[in-house]
Design a binder for this molecule. Structure first.
Ligand SMILES: Nc1ncnc2c1ncn2[C@@H]1O[C@H](COP(=O)(O)OP(=O)(O)O)[C@@H](O)[C@H]1O
Ligand SMILES: [Mg+2]
Length: 578
């Protein structure tokens, strides 16, 4: 437990390293704040013993000057200190959040298919946010109150070590409840953050699936789900509040023991003449001032534990291993001729049965291959493996003889253009959505790609043409229009390997014919894998691969496969024949 904590501290400290200068400035400034506090405590003695005992006009005149002067020094130091430590805290949190986003984006598709988007978003926003709320501001407190405390303790011992001992007997006793409370707070903050994660996830899903919610009148069910999780969050926070609120009273009570002892013993010592009244007053003033920072430090411990709870979650995510990575000796895949080869490829998404089983196929460059098979047969998975969304459990996939697991991901992706069955478009202009696949494309190239995808016509009818904004803040596109934008995007990529996963499923027959023509032109010098349900597409393939339950069961041309009277024939009879 303590070890885990110290690791978290160490990593957080690592993040603050670049901002050491700011932290040092803040520390120097906090010397000013603490110094003033200690001086005030120290000055009580001469004030009582000299100024009040034998007042002269010049001494009295000095008093307001000293009071205002000290306040000015303290105020200025405090400003400098807060400014630098808080900006340092913000910068640390910035770096942490960037790292978290960068790391998460590099995680494989496997991670994303297991983790709800909402919970990922929540970690990056809320967990880091909690860290920021807690850690950044509290750094100030620890430095300032810590220094003040050390100064005051020194002064107490310097003034009267016997009294100081009496005052400090409570300190070790106070540490025990403080650490216990801190531990509980950390635990419940961690739990509450997972509630916030769930809340974000519910929000994300209900809003992005708002059409389904409305269509099935499921608003109330969604509301119940949200309210329940929101209540769970309250229950966790209630625990945090309970422990947090108990801290101050417990400390108050414990310090009263110290104060009681000091008063009793101190007055006794004044009575027997060991110390002056001024010395006792100075001691009591210092002790009174000391319990303040002590209480605040202990309270700060609570807040720091909140931060540690959040930091643990953040670091857990940062430690999620990236399973699809470039190997050390990864080479750059040279411009591909598109010779694709699957050798005994086996793959499963989790521990369950393999989705692809001993799959082998050799596709010469420039061929158009149609993948056919019942839904769930593993067609999309095959394409995903070729795009290296996942690595095969065993077996090798080669492009031009290079194992794709041994080339850099960047160079691999350069060779591939994918149109997925999910037509995703960004909330951006049509132009930028097409250009996404090749950011250095010229306007002419973008328009050319749009023309080939049969998208040019409807784009030009849009209010602002290619600059029309789409998505939530712009126009809505039909399913077919979206697909054509995605196809244009892939065409612009101009890659030697083209992957089309039901890329034309949402097109009407007329525009499909046109897009097919465009794609046919495009496919000429490329290796293409097509998953389609329309016979017209499949018939034109150089070869058809028939898949069932993750295995290759038949291959051949349309006519060959029909003649074979096998799986393809059955699919054909079911799906394609009118
Ligand atoms: N992300 C995933 N996690 C776990 N299982 C998956 C995932 N994607 C697909 N599957 C499973 O893998 C099998 C093949 O799916 P898929 O390749 O999408 O089939 P097809 O594209 O041929 O319809 C199905 O049984 C499906 O349930
Ligand atoms: Mg599929």
């Amino acid at each position: 437990m303590a070890k885990a904590n110290s690791n978290v501290y160490k990593r957080l400290l690592g993040y603050s390293k670049p901002y050491t200068k700011r932290i040092i400035y803040a520390m120097i400034a906090s010397l000013g704040v603490a110094g003033v506090d200690v001086s005030i405590a120290k000055l009580v003695q001469p004030f009582v013993d000299y100024v009040l005992e034998t007042p002269t006009q010049s001494l009295v005149n000095l008093v307001p000057l000293v009071v205002i002067g000290l306040a000015a020094i303290k105020g200025f130091s405090r400003y400098i200190q807060e400014y630098f430590i808080k900006t340092a805290g913000q910068l640390v949190v910035q770096d942490l959040r960037n790292d978290l986003y960068d790391h998460t984006l590099d995680l494989s598709m496997g991670y994303f298919s297991k983790s709800p988007v909402g919970t990922i978003i929540s970690r990056i926003l809320n967990d880091v946010g909690m860290l920021q709320k807690s850690a950044a501001d509290e750094l100030v407190t620890v430095v300032r109150e810590g220094l003040t405390l050390i100064g005051l303790i020194g002064l107490l011992f310097y003034n009267d070590w016997r009294l100081a001992l009496v005052a400090f007997i409570v300190l070790p006793v106070a540490v025990i409840p403080a650490t216990q409370i801190g531990r509980r707070i950390k635990k419940y903050v961690r739990k509450s953050l997972s509630n916030i994660s769930n809340l974000t996830s519910i929000l994300q899903e209900s809003f992005s699936g708002i059409k389904v919610v409305k269509a099935f009148g499921a608003e109330e069910a969604e509301q119940d789900k949200f309210h329940k999780e929101n209540w769970n969050y309250y229950l966790r926070m209630k625990k945090v509040i309970r422990y947090d609120s108990a801290t101050a009273p417990i400390m108050e009570l414990l310090s009263s023991f110290g104060a009681a002892g000091v008063l009793w013993y101190g007055i006794h010592r004044v009575m027997v003449g060991d110390i002056t009244k001024g010395a006792l007053m100075s001691f009591i003033a210092a002790m009174g001032m000391m319990y303040g920072p002590m209480k605040r430090l202990i309270k700060t411990n609570n807040t720091i534990q909140k931060a540690v709870g959040a930091a643990e979650r953040v670091f857990e995510m940062l430690d999620t291993p990236r399973d699809v990575v470039d190997v050390d000796e990864a080479i750059v895949l040279p411009p591909s001729r598109g010779h694709v080869c699957f050798e005994n490829v086996q793959f499963s998404y989790g521990d369950e049965n393999p989705v692809l089983n001993n799959f082998s196929v050799d596709v010469p460059s420039g061929k158009m291959i149609a993948l056919v098979g019942a839904s769930g047969a593993g067609k999309s998975t095959l394409i995903g493996l070729l795009a290296r969304f996942y690595d095969p459990t065993s077996g090798v996939i080669r492009i031009d003889g290079h194992d794709i697991a041994k080339v850099t991901q960047n160079s691999l992706k350069q060779q591939i253009a994918l149109v997925d069955q999910e037509t995703f478009l960004f909330h951006d202009t049509l132009y930028n959505n097409i250009r996404y696949s090749r950011v250095d494309a010229t306007d002419e190239q973008v328009e050319q790609a749009a023309k080939m995808a049969y998208a040019d016509e409807f784009i030009n009818e849009m209010p602002e043409g290619y600059q029309t904004q789409i998505g939530d803040r712009g126009v809505r596109l039909s399913g077919g229009q979206r697909q054509r934008i995605c196809i244009a995007r892939a065409i612009l990529r101009d890659a030697p390997i083209l992957l089309l996963d039901e890329a034309t499923s949402a097109l009407d027959t007329e525009s499909e014919t046109v897009v097919q023509h465009a794609l046919a032109n495009l496919m000429k010098e490329r290796t293409t894998f097509v998953i389609a349900h329309r016979l017209s597409t499949i018939m034109h393939a150089d070869e058809i691969l028939v898949m069932a339950d993750g295995a290759l069961v038949e291959r051949g041309t349309h006519q060959q496969l029909l003649d074979a009277e096998g799986t393809y024939r059955r699919l054909y009879d079911l799906q394609f024949r009118d």
